[in-house]
Design a protein around this ligand. Structure first.
Ligand code: SF4
Ligand code: SF4
Length: 786
């Protein structure tokens, strides 16, 4: 094996902390290394050309790049070596930037020693790499879009217009989402439904879109190219092929009135209803919780469309890609008890004022006090209700609330120029195109801006009393208003959790779905073939949601237009000579990719490469391509060859959350001790007991197994298997005289670099207290025998 090693300076990102020249000299001494170079920017054209010419001239078999995270540039360097004639899998990267120079800026000597170990580990693994062939399989060119809000509509139309068949599944009776309920939209003050309704109609009319409203997803199996989806369409008790959408006939006859959820409780609707006048499809729906079964609507319907015996219908789809556009849910304002929502009728929310301002809403566009029905003459908006608020668990900014209040306050001033309108704010966030001008316009209209938090709202005999702080005046004040509008924040949609769990999507601490990279891959999920658009991945404006819908559609097109996809060869395979047919792997595999007939067989199209089966197999009959036992054991041995500091930790970090979290710690320059050597595995479930025992046998003072947070495993259950194994291993360690506290688990999200850094710091301190490995053995032995 002839290996070339390329150590990147990354300008000063690496070279300011690590002694790159010393690393190069060290790399030259490693077995199988025929050339070692340090390069200013390895990812530059010049850097890549150096690697390519070395491959050709020095006949290299494998390449090690010691630079940034493989999560960033592994595809780049795989392309580089392929262009020079090497198999793309003959590459190994040593992460000496995110997981070394950036996190150990104050300890250059120890960081350089750690970088040497990381390079030695990469070279040891590279010596055992084998070329892997990729196989292509045909894909379904159909796409499932989950969620019929503006992002889902945008994605569905773009896909359909490009010639792909789309299934648009929406759980409500109509598409349109929250945008269909708004009055005008900022910063242009266009009528919301006027711009949205034509798009909703286009969805309905497009022959390439099958619209499935009032429907839910029940199960998703398979992988990119062929997701097998099961869902159900709930009964409306109205035949959509017969209903003419006239609604007044049937709902006029219905004797039951209930609060209208589409007016957020301000107006009423009947038990048979149409969500909004522009509903798509324009088909009535019976609310069975409210219906008393009187039969009057069926009698009244001129089209004989009411069908009380309608049943739910299951559907099955085979799609190549899935776009998750499940949107958001409003913050429950009653959780901020001090503002009186739910107790005082004249305290309303942003969404309720949107409905009041809407000409088709419950007050026909009038701003009234719900308690009296009179026009409200003085109105206070309170910002950041349920946003930027640790007390309700939402520290994030909801992004749209400032602009929504500016817009609604302007509309009120335009309709009632004499109205006294005030906005109580912490900061006005007006960061988009045309937003600052919009803010200035609101000021010119005479809206009163008061900077400071509102402490409480109280109801008096003649109105609402707002107690607030004015930080510009430095005073605590109180003022009476007719109406108070709580500017509520956006929260992750709880109803989308089912879909998230079915797909195995990760969630951030703020509970929104996590995207693959916050900058570089803004609409990709961590799962191949799954894309996330709109507020499913966090609060955002309508125009951004639309852009994300289009971006997700374009990503799905890139994937499916080729007609086939390359299967990732880094999957499991079974040595049939060794397999004893015990089926342990079958029960362990979260992808149901293994079947056993005498011996085990892995369906490579279904295998996601987590490696949980390989760790479970009692006779080591399963191997992982690219993360084989011998490769990982070689990394452990290289990591522990010098053991240059105490305590010395070997860490196994899952690719998706903990390794990504460690990268984020680097990007965020969060400093932690140099004592850990990290080995990347795809899942914590891959960590074979033999890896842990080998690390201890080689003198590690501690072993860290880190993965996604429990319940959020990228492979659904890999971290649970890891946890079980760690428990068993701790018992074993105790038996052989090693303190079980030396084996630690850590669960974190990819967004929790700080959590991971803190866990490493804590582990280092705990191990210092325990002393070097073997101390416990020495203590257990009679004195004089050590
Ligand atoms: S766990 Fe191992 S031995 Fe048991 S069936 Fe699976 S591959 Fe065969
Ligand atoms: S457990 Fe993981 S690696 Fe093993 S077959 Fe299933 S998906 Fe593939």
């Amino acid at each position: 094996m002839r290996i070339g090693v390329y150590i990147c300076h990354c300008g000063l990102n690496i070279a300011a902390t690590l002694d790159v020249e010393e690393l190069r000299r060290f790399a030259e001494t490693l077995p199988n290394v025929v050339v070692a170079r340090d390069i200013q920017f390895t990812c530059s054209d010049a850097g890549q050309n150096t690697i390519k010419s070395d491959i050709a001239e020095l006949k290299l078999d494998a390449v090690v790049v010691a630079a940034c995270s493989p999560r960033l540039h592994e595809p780049t360097f795989r392309r580089t070596i392929t262009e020079a004639g090497l198999n793309q899998y003959m590459l190994e990267m040593a992460n000496i930037r995110e997981q070394c120079s950036w996190v150990h800026m104050d300890s250059p000597a120890l960081a350089t020693q750690k970088a040497k170990d990381l390079i030695a580990m990469a070279v040891a693994k590279a010596a055992l790499l084998r070329p892997l062939e990729t196989e292509s399989v045909p894909v379904s060119r159909d796409v499932l879009v989950i969620g019929g809000g503006v992002a889902g509509i945008s994605a569905a139309l773009d896909l359909a217009n490009a010639g792909l068949r789309v299934y648009l599944v929406e759980r409500r009776p109509t598409i349109g989402g929250y945008m269909a309920l708004l009055t005008d939209v900022f910063p242009t003050n266009d009528c919301s439904i006027c711009v949205l309704a034509p798009k909703m109609a286009e969805v309905y009319a497009n022959p390439m879109i099958k619209l499935m409203t009032y429907s839910e997803i029940l199960a998703i199996e398979g992988t990119v190219g062929h997701f097998r989806v099961t869902g159900v369409t709930k009964p409306r008790y109205v035949d959509p092929t017969l209903c003419k959408g006239c609604i007044n006939e049937c709902s006029g006859a219905c004797p039951v009135e209930v609060p209208n959820e589409y007016d957020f409780g301000l107006g009423k609707r009947k038990a048979i209803y149409m969500a909004i006048p522009q509903s798509v499809p324009l088909v009535a729906c019976i609310d069975t919780d409210a219906c008393i079964g009187c039969g009057l609507c069926a009698e009244a319907c001129p089209a004989d469309a009411v069908k009380y015996d309608q049943q739910s219908e299951e559907f099955k789809l085979d799609v190549g890609a899935i776009i998750v556009a499940t949107g958001w849910q409003p913050f429950d304002a009653s959780r901020k008890e001090e503002y009186g929502f739910g107790r005082y009728r004249d305290v309303v929310t942003t969404l309720q004022i949107e409905r009041m301002l809407n000409a088709a809403g419950p007050t026909r566009g009038e701003i009234v006090r719900p308690s009296t029905g009179e026009i409200a003459r003085s109105i206070a908006f309170i910002q950041c209700v349920g946003s930027r608020d640790h007390t309700v668990g939402n520290p994030y900014c909801s992004r749209i609330c400032c602009m929504a209040s500016l817009k609604n306050a302007q509309l009120i001033k335009e309709r009632y120029p004499d109205a006294d309108v005030a906005i109580h704010y912490i900061d006005i966030r007006a960061g988009g195109e045309g937003y600052e001008e919009f803010y200035l316009r609101a000021q010119r209209l005479g809206i009163n801006f008061i900077r400071g938090r509102v402490s409480s709202v109280e109801e008096g005999d003649d109105g609402l009393y707002v107690h607030y702080e004015d930080t510009l005046l430095g005073k605590t004040l109180m003022k009476r208003y007719d109406l108070v509008v709580l500017s509520i924040g956006l929260e992750a949609n709880r109803d989308a959790e089912v879909v998230g769990n079915l797909l195995g999507l990760s969630r951030r601490p703020d509970r929104f779905f996590e995207i693959a990279h916050p900058k570089m891959r803004p609409v990709e999920a961590h799962i191949d073939g799954v894309f996330i658009a709109g507020c499913a991945s966090g609060p955002k404006e309508i125009q951004v949601s639309i852009a994300q819908g289009s971006a997700a559609a374009s990503k799905a097109m890139q994937l499916l237009f080729k007609g086939e996809i390359e299967l990732d060869p880094t999957v499991a395979f079974v040595d049939r000579e060794k397999c004893i047919g015990c089926k342990l792997c079958v029960d362990t595999c979260p992808s149901r990719a293994i079947s056993v007939k005498d011996t085990a067989f892995v369906d490579e199209a279904r295998c996601k490469g987590c490696g949980t089966c390989a760790a479970a197999c009692p006779v080591d009959a399963i191997e992982m391509r690219l993360f084989s036992d011998e490769q990982i054991l070689a990394q452990i041995r290289a990591a522990t060859a010098v053991k240059g500091e105490y305590p010395f930790i070997v860490g196994f970090l899952c690719n998706w959350c903990s390794y990504a979290g460690a990268d984020l710690a680097g990007t965020s320059r969060i400093q932690y001790p140099t004592n850990i050597r990290i080995i990347r595995v795809m899942c914590a479930g891959r960590v074979d007991p033999s890896f842990v025992l080998e690390a201890f046998r080689r003198g590690a003072d501690g072993v860290l197994v880190a993965g996604c947070r429990i319940g959020e495993c990228h492979y659904v259950s890999g971290n649970l298997h890891a946890l079980q194994r760690v428990e068993v291993l701790r018992g074993l360690l105790r038996e052989i005289g090693i303190d079980p506290r030396r084996l630690k688990v850590a669960w974190c999200a990819a967004s929790e670099g700080d959590v991971l850094a803190r866990k490493i710091q804590e582990f280092v301190e705990e191990l210092r207290d325990l002393g070097p490995v073997g101390t416990e053995l020495a203590a257990a032995l009679p004195s004089g025998k050590v």
